[in-house]
Design a protein around this ligand. Structure first.
Ligand code: NAI
Ligand code: MG
Length: 496
């Protein structure tokens, strides 16, 4: 198979043991993490693994940077830096694309044209916000009082990110946090630390003061836990599993730091019989199989009206069998890469087995591919019922559960009968139904006749146990800011 050659910058980056990035310096650590390419199962790099003492150093650097030039920098100037960072990411999108394709496994073209390009856009959107963070003057009822608000950064923000979109998940948090004037200690996922480290170097190169962005790759239970519990951290922004989200909230109680959480999901995607079936089938297919099912918004529970079930299922099976799956660095444009890791692949396959044992019918895929790498054939389970584990728990892999329904109120109740509430969607040409359902589905994002759209300008986040806080849009500025109310007493007698 023909592979894309490593760019010289990427080859150099992989050859050196990458240190932590603290206060503009590279810091070695006694422990290292082996970064595995999930497309080949080979070790491709070594990265320093932070322990609690390193997290201390990084938090101290971030604290210090708050009272340095960054702390007094105007919003305009922060915006200029963010815009420059966006340009730098875009100019180096091939490097970001290769780094994410290597440690995450996703196809290079997607890593470059989606993950890197959307990350750049994200920084550009929030570059604009940096100079537009304003307080209000508030007409209070007591005479002789003047009241206004000022909007300030929260302080030192610990950002803990997952492996499914290595650059993009960093961008989602980092851009608003920096726009609002915070300083950062970033703990990228242990599976995918490369692009976060590269981004820190780029930020320094284009003029961010040292200490504003510190990166401490390391294990969740070590570096992540130390950051979540750290008394010098004012806020944690986290994306990952609901289980880890709970741990982070528990760890936050020592200093009652602010926490925002983007957690798991088990999104319901509903096809009504009046939908445009070709686009609904296509949309429902990519709603799950996009990014190999490794998305918190994956349309994992597909409810198809009984009258069109056979037709839709046939279309899904045909698409699943036609997907091309291959290494992230393949020169050919594959649709999907591998699963992130051996444990994650094992988890996905054990869900398939459990689904079948509980009575679901496997109509596509379900097996590991006979080649190196953690590849799982795109899998469809038909005849899934609400009580099965595959209908209730987040699988986070290429496994689509197909369920059928008879009427709107029934499917609404079933769609909402989950602990999660990140996203939901429906396919219909009935406008009234679309609005009725959008109002009643319990999820932070509703997609109607589309799936998966996100935009830096549009708020994103979960209801119920999918988390709290909204990233993106103006909500994200609020998420990384705090409001101060200032009162001034005016003495009438002083007026001449
Ligand atoms: P995870 O939630 O454990 O890992 C996400 C991040 O949290 C990583 O940076 C990790 O190092 C860190 N972390 C882990 N334990 C921590 C702790 N005690 N304190 C602070 N930080 C900690 O996710 P994991 O184990 O990689 O995957 C397990 C499942 O989580 C997946 O199968 C999937 O269902 C879900 N998941 C959901 C994601 C989403 O986007 N909502 C992303 C990644 C995983
Ligand atoms: Mg975990």
């Amino acid at each position: 198979m023909s592979m894309i050659e490593f760019l010289p910058e990427v080859a150099d980056f992989l050859n050196a043991v990458q240190g932590l990035r603290i206060d503009g310096q590279r810091v070695a650590a006694p422990e290292t993490i082996a970064v595995i390419n999930p497309s080949t199962e080979a070790e491709i790099a070594r990265v320093a693994s932070a322990d609690a003492a390193h997290v201390d150093m990084a938090v101290a650097a971030a604290r210090q940077a708050l009272s340095g030039p960054w702390g007094t920098m105007s919003g305009h100037d922060r915006g200029v830096l963010l815009w420059r960072l966006a340009d730098a990411i875009e100019a180096r999108k091939d490097i970001f694309g290769q780094l994410d394709a290597l440690d995450n496994g996703k196809p290079f073209y997607k890593a470059r044209d989606v993950d890197a390009v959307y990350s750049a856009r994200h920084f550009r959107y929030f570059a604009g916000w940096a100079s537009k963070i304003e307080g209000r003057t508030i007409p209070v009822s007591e005479p002789g009082r003047f009241n206004y608000t000022s909007v300030e950064p929260v302080g030192v923000c610990g950002l803990i990110t997952p492996w499914n979109y290595p650059t993009l998940m960093v961008a989602w948090k980092l851009a608003p946090a920096l726009a609002a004037g915070n300083t950062i200690v970033l703990k990228p996922a242990e599976q995918t630390p490369l692009s976060a480290l590269y981004l820190a170097d780029l930020a320094l190169e284009i003029g961010f003061p040292p200490g504003v962005l510190n990166v401490v790759p390391g294990l969740g239970g070590t570096a992540g836990a130390a950051l979540a519990a750290h008394k010098g951290v004012d806020k944690i922004g986290f994306t990952g599993s609901t289980e880890t989200g709970r741990r982070i909230v528990a760890a936050s109680t020592g200093n009652l730091k602010k926490v925002s959480l983007e957690l798991g999901g088990k999104a319901a995607n509903i096809i009504f019989p009046d939908a445009d079936l070709a686009s609904a089938t296509d949309g429902a297919f990519w709603a799950l199989f996009g990014n190999n099912g490794q998305s918190c918004t994956a349309g994992a529970r597909l409810f198809v009206h009984a009258s069109i079930r056979e037709q839709v299922l046939a279309g899904l099976i045909q698409r699943a069998n036609a997907l091309s799956v291959g290494p992230g660095m393949a020169r050919a444009a594959h649709d999907l890469g591998p699963i992130i890791s051996q444990p994650q692949m094992d988890k996905v396959l054990s869900y398939v087995a459990q689904g079948e044992a509980e009575g679901a019918r496997r109509v596509a895929g379900g097996h590991r591919l006979d080649q190196p790498g953690y590849f799982v054939a795109p899998t469809i389970l038909d005849g899934v019922s609400d009580a099965m584990a595959v209908a209730r728990e987040e699988i986070f892999g290429p496994v689509l559960a197909v369920l059928s329904f008879e009427d709107e109120s029934e499917v609404l109740a079933r769609a909402n009968a989950t602990e999660f509430g990140l996203a939901a969607g429906l396919w219909t040409n009935d406008l009234s139904r679309a609005h009725r359902m959008a109002a009643r589905l319990q999820a932070g994002t509703i997609w109607i006749n589309t799936w998966g759209d996100t935009d830096a300008a549009s708020p994103f986040g979960g209801m119920k146990q999918s988390g709290y806080g909204r990233e993106m849009g103006q909500e994200a500025i609020a998420l990384y800011s705090q409001t101060k109310s200032v009162w001034l007493g005016i003495k009438e007698s002083d007026l001449i």
